[in-house]
Design a protein. Structure first.
Lengths: 231, 231
DNA sequence: TAATATATCTCGGCA
DNA sequence: TGCCGAGGTATATTA
């Protein structure tokens, strides 16, 4: 990885066009040819960047640019598209190079897949007497997160989200419509389950006869830990 | 901005939990207290990070950690939530600090707003004899991108996207449902316009009687340039 | 402040 | 490889 602090202007031409006026910024060149242009604020998103795979060519500026104070031109070309990043460097303030090696990568816990596993194991949280039919029940339009049977023997489709938004209700609605076309399965009712359900999503769900279920991940994980410890 | 290359392990605890095993990485500390952990690959997204506003406290490790080789513990605490990033530093390989100043920021061209302006100007692309009623036509549930009148005098609602996904079709469906409740406006038909329309979205749109329109931004901008040059 | 739509989204999974 | 869904989505706009 190469780190450069420089006074520069940046232009991106590709899926859109974007321009950064002259200022002092961090330029990060990664081993895969990707380049990130960061300012000293904002979030983790760079001001401008080039995704890998890409190649960096450092060129001498044309005469007109030299007169404007440009000392180097970095041409970062994406390997598989016409996307291009052009960095006009006016002054190099710092430069260093480092060998980082390959990263072992991130281990996550608490994403939708974990929620799904826990709810499948603790399906009684969806309702008393519920039994699991299966997770990731495939249909023509995609997988239903959890398919279960309620105490009365009726089929229930459960859509899981970390954050319950209107999109999720639409998604579950499409599944229910499809499942209810199958006479062997109908009637199928729906449960929209999430750690947090937005008011609008709740209104839409109830309007469509879909039950809402708020999940407490920490509690569910706690139960999971206790159960794991028993075996 | 402070740049550190270090052998470290990282833990994030907040909306979820995430762990990075020991490896050499770049740590970027920005002026607003945000911290980015980057490896020498991937794209612009850091392996792990803390969003601003945040504060960094550097602490001496506990004895047990010292024995494992930890020399410094960075505790990055978000200012407005319980999100926390803990970086256990084993070896500092490089360190430098830089004053970047405030960035003037990015200028963009070619986002949805530009597409919308161009299609409004070239509304004939939606169909022969089309006339523009208005852009951003407000309804109770949000603005319809473009409202137009077709050759026969019927109202047409156009939803614009750069990438036509299923969400956009749902959005347009909601608008059409609402607009068609108004007897003065009904019947209103829909056109789903995008630079690229995903197959699933196309199927759903056609199933709901919504026409699809693929837009060529470069061509539209080219026409725009030519027209601009005439005046 | 809260909700909504966009993104050069990125990233992972699966056909 | 392309499509599809999730994201600690982040970010800008607007009511």
């Amino acid at each position: 990885m190469r780190l450069v602090i420089a006074q520069c202007s940046v232009d991106y031409i590709g899926r859109l066009r974007a321009h950064l006026p002259l200022a002092t910024r961090l330029l990060m060149v990664k081993a895969d040819g990707s380049v990130l242009v960061h300012s000293d604020g904002g979030s983790y998103k760079p001001l401008n960047w080039m995704s890998p795979p890409a190649s960096l060519r450092i060129m001498t500026p044309e005469e007109a640019d030299t007169e404007l104070g440009v000392t180097e031109v970095w041409n970062v070309q994406h390997a598989k598209s016409d996307d291009r990043l052009v960095i006009n460097i006016h002054e190099l303030l710092h430069e260093s190079s480092h060998d980082l090696g390959v990263d072992p990568g991130l281990v996550k816990d608490g994403v939708e897949a974990d929620l799904q596993r826990l709810l499948a194991e603790q399906i009684h949280l969806a309702g008393t007497g519920f039994t699991l039919i299966r997770r990731e029940y495939m249909t023509a339009i995609g997988p239903v997160d959890i398919l279960a049977r309620d105490a009365a023997g009726a089929t229930v489709a459960i859509e899981l989200k970390r954050r319950g938004d209107i999109d999720g209700v639409e998604q579950l609605t499409r599944y229910l419509e499809l499942l209810n076309r199958d006479p062997l399965m109908a009637p199928v009712r729906g449960i929209f389950a999430a750690q947090q359900i937005k008011p609008q999503a709740r209104v839409l769900a109830l309007d469509r006869g879909i039950d809402c279920l708020t999940l407490d991940y920490d509690m569910m994980r706690g139960v999971d830990d206790v159960e794991s410890r028993l075996f």
